[in-house]
Design a protein around this ligand. Structure first.
Ligand code: ADP
Ligand code: NI
Length: 196
């Protein structure tokens, strides 16, 4: 398989795993992150194949979403070998994907990983970010907001995490894109409290 065919196969694999996710980590999240990763990788001169492959798989085995993380990652790596990814590609893809998650508090070591992290964070911002936050919150039985108890509400998540993301971008390309989405979220929150 050439690299384009490998990416097609990876996309199908990811579709199979995430198509019915209702926590904001559905197939279309992976697709947007892959697309945004491509765009940033082009600007930043990163390896397009490694970056896009890592983007597609970045949420596989996430402990928020999977009870059997290690099994999922083993299955994924077996799959990547069946589509003839080389040992070097496997290593680089895993390197780029493993430290992306915000909750881990880590920054990936490679440029490709930093870009996937930026693309993943961009997808937590803006109108899409708002939708994903309430989807995630609802799926975990979390309240929207409350006058008495603000802890563990979806609105509180904007202040705990989302409004901080624009200053945590690794690349200048992502920082620019994040700026507009950040402003939209602030506007959204003003309107939310106006109506509340
Ligand atoms: P992470 O980097 O933490 O793994 P992901 O990209 O996997 O992030 O998913 C984060 C998404 O889930 C974001 O859109 C975020 O808004 C949502 N999310 C995570 N934790 C919460 C929470 N406590 N309340 C509402 N939304 C949340
Ligand atoms: Ni993600």
């Amino acid at each position: 398989m050439n690299n384009t065919e490998k990416l097609d196969a990876i996309r199908e694999y990811i579709y199979y795993i995430f198509s019915s996710d209702a926590t904001g980590h559905d197939y279309y999240h992976m697709k947007r992150v892959a697309r945004m990763t491509n765009l940033i990788a082009k600007q930043e001169g990163a390896d397009q194949f490694i970056a896009e492959a890592a983007a597609w798989i970045h949420d596989v085995g996430d402990s928020k979403l999977f009870s059997n993380s290690d099994d999922e990652l083993d299955k994924l790596n077996d799959f990547l070998q069946t589509i003839n990814c080389t040992q070097s590609q496997l290593k680089q893809i895993n390197m780029a994907a493993k430290d992306v998650s915000f909750s881990k508090g880590t920054t990936p070591a490679t440029l490709e990983g930093k870009i996937v992290q930026d693309a993943d964070r961009i997808d937590a911002l803006g109108a899409i970010g708002v939708a994903r936050t309430f989807a995630f919150g609802g799926s975990k039985g979390q309240l929207i907001w409350g006058n008495d108890n603000k802890e563990n509400t979806s609105i509180q998540h904007f202040y705990d995490k989302l409004l901080k993301l624009k200053d945590l971008m690794n690349t200048s390309t992502a920082r620019q894109i994040a700026e507009e989405r950040h402003s939209f979220m602030k506007y959204y929150l003003d309107q939310f409290f106006h109506e509340w």
